[in-house]
Each structure stands twice: as structure tokens, then as C-alpha cells.
Design a protein around this ligand. Structure first.
Ligand SMILES: *Cc1c(COP(=O)(O)O)cnc(C)c1O
Length: 425
């Protein structure tokens, strides 16, 4: 599948007059079409709900779009809970799937009625001590250990991951929770990340559905929902076949009818906590080539850096790049595309074949809509960029302003000199 920028070179030039590069741009039309497809793919399950993983793209303006399709929020921290609450969500609209969770975060989650998804069996007592009494609805995160394999060779390694309850702990945990008065139960698991195959959710679902049947039979816990969490991936490489969410929904339905319906558990709700799949393809980072450097390799220096998009530096992740205005030019130049951090891993691409790049060219870095801006940091004193929404009518709206030096210095309460910085800029 070819990767298409949301904007032309002329449009980038126009936008940059108001919002200088680098900027993150999100495509409202794409977000809506995808959210609608997700909703339809699981419409067979009356209780279905997607809890958008806030950590992927923590921007309320974008999450508000997902609200139109019935999405709630999946939170991993205090500020994500606060953001969801501030957006008007409460109770069953919020899932709290955290780990190594501080006391005050559990307390706040309970206060706003979020569904608490426990990451460990010892957290039963931990939460009980904080709240006095456990909420009526609780969920537990499952980690079967071992490796998770699919037929296309994709696999992940739950046995090596810090999350969840073991199988034995699931049974003990549900018994204890039931004794302590919990009435409604959920099961959650996240066993493989960025899976680009329609097989992942159905395989995971089968494993969780079978566990649910055994758990209900052996502990008497009333299981109300099964949360397939995140992990549905996107094709970062242009030659990858994207996931077909309709086929994924149908695959889950098939195992639902095979396993849960015959067990008399056909009223269970399916929940998801997708982040990447909901937003990843609908964000692009636009940056400008500001330097070219010819040493042992050919470098193009751009005005974005790993602070704007950390995935290539952190994971060596591939993000496709289009040079605006040169969409059809031959890719006959080999470049490293470098950001300005004092870190040699600050490269958006290494040995990438691209059209000849000239200073002033705009580069579009694709698939930055999830785990992009969100992973940003302030190393080298770099400031985070603006976030822009390309609306369905073609207009551009600022949905988060760029950071300024004042933001960077804002936490130095002890040094009043920094509070008068405005006059410096
Ligand atoms: C990160 C995360 C998600 C979202 O994962 P994606 O790969 O972005 O879909 C969902 N649930 C939990 C608990 C997570 O940690």
C-alpha cells in the first residue's frame, strides 16, 4: 500500500506560515472512517466498547472525535485519569489498566468510578487497604507466560514481560475477589504488540474465552467482560498488508460462538484498548530539511528530532518518509535523516533511498499518530511541537500549542529569575 501524505507541498508551505515546522498533523477524516469501521466490526457484540489507550495520543480534541463512535478511555496514570475525567468521562467509560500503580492513583480511579484492572494478585490487598472496600466491578490482567506465536511468524514473549497474573493466580485471585464481595468480573490480556495480522485478536480471544469458561465454573465469578486490550498493529512499511478490522471482528465472533455461547456465556461484552490502530496512520510529522552534510555518509538535517518522535531512536522503528513535491521523483539518493539531538541515534532514517533532498524541502514522516508526540521529552532542552488537526472541511485547527521556553522553565519555582523570562523572548 502506498503511503500518501495528508497535504501537498503548497499546503505545507501555507500551514508553515502560521505554524512553523516541525508540526504533528492529524487527519480527522481518517480517524473517523477507522473508528466507524471498528464500531461496525464488533457490532455483533451488544456490549462492545473500545477504550482508547490515552497514552498513545493524549490529546482531548482527538479523543473527543472517538467519543462520537462510543469510545471510552483506557488510562495508565493519574494525569490520564484526570484528562478523561476533565473530558466528561466517568464510571464505565474509563478503564484503568496500570501497573506498579501508586496508592493515590487507585484512590482517584475508584473515586471517579473507573473500572480497575489489577496487574498483580498482591494488588487485591493493596487496593482493599486504600479503599476500605473493593469496588463491585473489577478486572484482572492475565499473563500465561511462554511465547505467543502466530502462523506468520510474529510472536511476542509474555514469559518475559512484567505484567499480569499467572494462570494459577487468576483462579486464586477470582476466588479472593469474590469472597471480598466483588460481583462483576473482567479478564484482560495484552500478549503481543503491533501485530500486523488478522489472527492476533481471534487467537487471544480463544485463549481468554476458554479461561473465562474455566474461571466461571471453578470460582463461580460472574464474568461480564473480556478485554482484548491493544496490540493490533499498523503497516509502518509500505509493502505490508494492513489489518482488516472487519475480518478481525468476524474472527473474534467465530470463537465467541464456538467457546462462550455453548457455555451459556453469550452475554459477555468484548472490550478493546487499541491505541496504535485507532490513531497511528492518521498522524504525520512534518519537518523541514535545514542542512545537508557530506562526510562519511550523506546526511540531511531536519528541524524535528527524537523529541518529536522517539520510535526510530528507541526501537530502530521504520517510519516511511515522503519528500513533498517529489512524490514521483526516483529514490536514487541514500541518506541518513538526522535530528539535532546530541545523540547519534537521533535519526529518522538510516541508509534510506529517497529523492534528492534540497534545503527547504518538507519531509512528511508517516504513521506518527500514536506513540509519536506522546513519547516526547525535553532532552537537550528541546521543546515539543504544535499539534494540528486537518479537519474534514480542509481547514487546519491548532489542537495543542507548541511549548515555549517558559514551559520549559516553569518547574523552577525555587529560582524566581526564571519567572521573568518573558522579556527574553
Ligand atoms: C499500550 C497499551 C495499550 C495500547 O496498545 P497499542 O499497541 O497502542 O494498541 C492498551 N492497553 C494497555 C494496558 C497498554 O499498556
Amino acid at each position: 500500500m502506498s503511503k500518501v501524505p495528508f497535504i501537498t507541498k503548497e499546503e505545507a508551505q501555507e500551514i508553515a506560515k502560521t505554524y512553523p515546522t516541525p508540526f504533528h498533523l492529524y487527519d480527522e477524516r481518517g480517524i473517523r472512517a477507522n473508528a466507524k469501521a471498528v464500531k461496525e466490526a464488533f457490532a455483533w457484540n451488544p456490549g462492545f466498547k473500545e477504550y482508547f489507550a490515552v497514552k498513545a495520543t493524549p490529546n482531548p480534541c482527538l479523543i473527543q472525535i472517538l467519543r462520537d463512535y462510543g469510545c471510552g478511555c483506557d488510562c495508565s496514570s493519574m494525569t490520564e485519569l484526570m484528562l478523561s475525567k476533565a473530558m466528561g468521562m466517568e464510571g464505565a467509560d474509563i478503564m484503568f489498566s496500570s501497573n506498579e500503580t501508586p496508592e493515590e492513583e487507585y484512590a482517584y480511579a475508584a473515586k471517579i468510578g473507573a473500572i480497575i484492572n489489577l496487574d498483580d494478585i498482591t494488588h487485591i490487598e493493596f487496593v482493599e487497604n486504600i479503599l476500605g472496600k473493593l469496588p463491585e466491578t473489577m478486572s484482572c490482567r492475565y499473563n500465561p507466560g511462554g511465547v505467543f506465536k502466530m502462523s506468520n511468524g510474529i510472536m511476542d514473549n509474555p514469559g518475559d514481560s512484567k505484567y499480569g497474573f499467572t494462570t494459577e493466580q487468576m483462579f486464586d485471585g477470582y476466588r479472593i475477589l469474590k469472597e471480598k464481595g466483588v460481583k462483576n468480573f473482567g479478564i484482560h490480556a495484552f500478549l503481543a504488540s503491533n501485530t500486523v495480522t488478522n489472527e492476533y485478536y481471534p487467537m487471544l480471544a480463544k485463549q481468554l474465552f476458554e479461561l473465562a469458561v474455566r474461571l466461571e465454573k471453578e470460582t463461580g465469578a460472574d464474568i461480564k467482560f473480556i478485554n482484548l486490550s491493544g496490540g493490533v498493529g499498523i503497516p509502518y512499511q509500505p509493502d505490508q498488508e494492513p489489518n482488516d478490522i472487519k475480518a478481525i471482528g468476524e474472527g473474534v465472533r467465530k470463537v465467541f460462538e464456538e467457546v462462550l455461547v455453548p457455555a451459556g456465556m453469550g452475554d459477555i461484552a468484548i472490550y478493546t484498548e487499541m491505541g496504535r490502530f485507532m490513531m497511528g496512520p492518521y498522524g504525520q510529522l512534518v519537518t523541514k530539511a535545514i542542512h545537508e552534510k557530506h562526510i562519511h555518509k550523506e546526511y540531511i538535517g531536519v528541524d524535528a528530532c527524537a523529541v518529536n518522535l522517539m520510535r526510530p531512536a528507541m526501537y530502530g522503528a521504520y517510519h516511511h518518509i515522503t519528500v513533498l513535491g517529489k512524490e514521483n521523483a526516483p529514490c536514487d539518493h541514500q541518506y541518513d535523516i538526522a535530528g539535532s539531538l546530541c545523540e547519534n541515534n537521533d535519526k529518522f532514517a538510516v541508509d534510506r533511498m529517497l529523492p534528492q533532498i534540497d534545503k527547504g524541502d518538507y519531509l512528511v514522516i508517516h504513521d506518527t499518530g500514536a506513540h509519536g508526540y506522546a513519547m516526547g521529552y525535553n532532552y537537550n532542552g528541546k521543546l515539543k511541537s504544535v499539534e494540528l488537526l486537518l479537519k474534514e472541511d480542509g481547514s487546519v485547527e491548532m489542537i495543542r500549542r507548541a511549548e515555549t521556553p517558559k514551559d520549559y522553565f516553569a518547574t523552577f519555582d525555587c529560582l524566581p529569575i526564571y519567572q521573568n523570562l518573558e522579556k527574553e523572548f
